[in-house]
Design a binder for this molecule. Sequence first.
Ligand code: ADP
Length: 177
Amino acid sequence: MERIKVVLGDITEQKVDVIVNAANPSLMGGGGVDGAIHRKGGPSILEECKQIIKKIGHLATGKAVITKGGNLPAKYVIHTVGPIWGGGSYDEEEVLRSSYQESLRLAKENNLKRVAFPSISTGAYGYPKELAAPVAVSAVSDFLDKNPEIDEVRFVLFNNDTYSVYENALKRGGGLL
Ligand code: ADP
């Protein structure tokens, strides 16, 4: 599917309408891609996150919320919480799928047409990237099939290993392993 792209790079540098953050339920920032987004985007993103947390308490896994992009080239950031890998029998696949699709639903609702995702859950949250990549690709591909409003979804991978795994998953169309 040509609307899905896989690139090697830093998500904070992407010139798209919205980048997705692999956040944690507190939305208070953290390590990995979350830390990078807050560092580069500046304090206005954290301020907005705090306002959201005041209203909702915490962000549940598989859900997503949106803030502006602060100093980032992208105008908006969608914050989603992926599953923590627990061995595969805790609905991790379903929750990961939900993180991608809830993020895309928010992008669509806000009329944002070009979206960049990191490899959600495969860092500190421990989801094996070989298992996460086909789920990510098929979740995005299924959403795009039903929603022509989104022009492009870019997976932005931070290292060569992860890049290769996503490239392979895309070649297989997100199909089953
Ligand atoms: P999680 O807690 O969901 O596992 P992490 O941020 O720990 O999130 O890791 C998710 C993925 O994001 C990992 O593959 C990590 O290498 C990658 N990553 C870290 N920094 C960046 C960045 N600036 N741009 C894109 N990907 C990044």
